[in-house]
Unconditional design. Sequence first.
Lengths: 114, 114
Amino acid sequence: GENVEQHPSTLSVQEGDSAVIKCTYSDSASNYFPWYKQELGKGPQLIIDIRSNVGEKKDQRIAVTLNKTAKHFSLHITETQPEDSAVYFCAASWFSGGYNKLIFGAGTRLAVHP
Amino acid sequence: SAVISQKPSRDICQRGTSLTIQCQVDSQVTMMFWYRQQPGQSLTLIATANQGSEATYESGFVIDKFPISRPNLTFSTLTVSNMSPEDSSIYLCTGLAGGHNEQFFGPGTRLTVL
């Protein structure tokens, strides 16, 4: 089955710096890679995703890159702000039982200090 | 994006009892997924619920413990049966529309078992 590893588990940056979170996946057939942000006491929020036919995608201060050959993808947050502080989860699709499931990484706790 | 609502938002239950969690989607979805998030952990898929058929459970989860209903294309329930303190978690549902990959989470149900 699919396995997703996420690093680092915690990340602390100063406001205005960039933050990078990396994930690797095991199933070369995976074709969809979303990123979720979870704030304290809330459900995960989809913030950006990328499909396997694209190498990079940007949305304002957030970007995701995908290297299919190496089977890894990364989340980049530029000009970090205190409100970016949250737990971030990567996920990879895994086709099983006739449909795509999502397998999640362990999460990265990002702290942005003013 | 689909909007997911769950009831109850939180509950404190006694061991040995059962709790039924409701999930409502604001649009018709092909599949609904139930996840568990143990304290400080990532998201683990419990089962997939399709209308008109039995739910499909992931390894480690069984129907007797987590019975699921899916009476129509916008609603599902998950019951946590014969609860023990180890069942204390956040339970979340998502919906998946046909032809799409995006899964949107609701706020979740925070369950504490004493």
